[in-house]
Design a protein around this ligand. Structure first.
Ligand code: HEC
Ligand code: HEC
Length: 399
């Protein structure tokens, strides 16, 4: 074969092959990006080479996508407005004293700022309140992933004995004595209501509008490389290399949406408060664990409550790492007050658990590494998303 033709033939095979390889690598960065390891943070001569936005995208990191709403609950402005009223309305709880916003407070990054939530009057909650910012993106909700949709999660929050303790029929009857709600449910969902399920749908759509905005990391990803400081860039590289964080915290939300056991220590207030012990025992029994587990468990079983598989005991959903600057304290039980404490925990190789994740190991981070990692985590925090508490419509007798 003449040399020129050989080159053309090589090109004909080679170029499509390269295109396929690059496409596969890029596609694997979408929903469930695979773990790709990069060289350590510095080159041989000691000069630091930061990740570029392109490399970050290949690794599966990116700005947020469009929210994908379930087909049976389409978006409308009127539904958002209704959902906003309901989110702030304490009449959705049995004693008319707690609303979703009591625990998910806009001024606290849509959390309650407590290590463990306060819970319904006369009880205390047993878990840390996660933020609802960006929650519309999660395929699983709650620390054990028990809810698969925002509207179903909201129903659980309303009915839950340690959240709002409410009877769905009572919700409907209350809303039916509030003319403004009757009218709004009519407009959004058609006549005959208000219905409990529709209330949870409207709340879900409202929550799907509470999204991160003006995040330094996103500005970096959009091409403004000065949006991250040198320290934040070093932290990002550590995160994806030496520190091994991106093995679990990856994708647009910095979570694999999977479950892992880290052995996070149990805070004292989990086991020294009799009222919380009641909540704990109640959770175990109402979620159907065996008599033996009910009698012997001393800590939150996490995913085990959903699956009842022994190796899932103590595993929790990997949380997203966006908005950490607004959502302290951290972990399912609020064990850590600061990100510095979180980094120390990982640096020492995690805690104790029969199902400790094999990905955890002592990291040997320097003080500089630790502060770079904290700086990077903080660069994932955007502006506070403040929604004013609405004026709630009054009751009026309707027969
Ligand atoms: C008493 C405090 C409290 C109230 C009231 C409350 N929540 Fe929560 N919320 C929590 C706690 C604690 C969790 C974690 C529950 C778990 O993991 O079992 C949670 C979890 C969530 C999540 C899951 C977030 C994620 O990323 O997993 C969403 C969404 C949510 N709540 C929305 C609501 C809505 C909507 C309402 C009102 C209908 C509500 N919450 C009422 C404390 C509360
Ligand atoms: C083996 C998987 C895994 C690895 C590796 C990992 N994480 Fe996590 N991360 C999790 C899980 C699971 C949780 C929740 C654990 C819990 O509450 O018990 C978590 C929680 C967190 C939280 C608390 C978030 C919140 O909202 O409460 C932060 C911050 C965090 N991780 C940062 C990091 C950093 C930084 C690294 C690297 C040094 C890292 N993680 C490595 C799985 C992992």
């Amino acid at each position: 074969m003449p040399v020129r033709i050989r080159w053309i033939a090589l090109g004909a095979i080679g170029i499509p092959a390269i295109v396929i390889i690059v496409t596969v690598v890029l596609m694997s960065g979408n929903d469930a990006p695979s773990v790709i390891t990069l060289p350590p943070p510095s080159t041989a001569d000691g000069e630091f080479v930061p990740l570029t936005p392109f490399q970050a995208r290949v690794l599966g990191f990116d700005v947020l996508d469009e929210v994908n709403l379930p087909q049976d609950n389409p978006f409308s402005e009127a539904k958002v407005a209704l959902g906003r009223l309901l989110f702030f309305d304490p009449r959705l709880s049995a004693n008319s004293a707690v609303s979703c916003a009591s625990c998910h407070q806009p001024g606290q990054g849509w959390t309650d700022g407590l290590p463990l939530s306060f819970g319904y009057a006369g009880s205390v909650h047993w878990r840390n309140t996660p933020t609802i910012i960006n929650s519309a993106f999660h395929p699983k909700l709650d620390w054990d992933g028990k809810a698969l949709r925002l509207d179903i999660q909201a129903q659980g929050a309303m009915k839950g004995a340690v959240a709002m303790n409410m009877d769905p029929v009572m919700v409907e009857e209350r809303l039916r004595q509030i003319p403004e709600y009757v009218k709004r449910f009519d407009d959004v969902f058609g006549p005959g209501g208000p219905w409990f399920d529709d209330a949870s749908r409207a709340i879900a759509i409202f929550q799907s509008t509470i999204l991160s905005s003006n995040v330094p990391f996103d500005r970096f990803m959009e091409g403004d490389e000065s949006a991250l400081s040198e320290s934040e860039k070093r932290g990002f590289k550590l995160f994806t290399t030496t520190a091994g964080c991106s093995a679990c915290h990856r994708g647009r939300l910095f979570t694999d949406e999977d479950f892992h056991g880290l052995g996070v220590p149990t805070p004292e207030q989990f086991s020294t408060n009799a009222i919380r012990q009641i909540t704990f025992n109640y959770q175990l029994r109402s979620r159907g664990v065996s008599e033996e587990v009910y009698r012997t468990a001393t800590d939150d079983p996490g995913l085990y409550l959903v699956t009842k598989v022994d190796t899932d005991f103590g595993q929790f959903r990997t949380p997203m790492l966006r908005e950490l600057g607004q959502t302290a304290p951290y972990m399912h039980n609020g064990a850590f007050a600061t990100l510095e404490e979180v980094i120390e925990f990982y640096n020492s190789g995690g805690g104790e658990s029969p199902n400790l994740d094999p990905l955890l190991r002592p990291l040997g981070l320097t003080d500089q590494n630790k502060s770079d990692l904290v700086a990077f985590l903080m660069s994932l925090t955007g502006d506070p998303i403040i929604v004013e508490e609405p004026q709630l419509p009054p009751y009026k007798v309707i027969k």
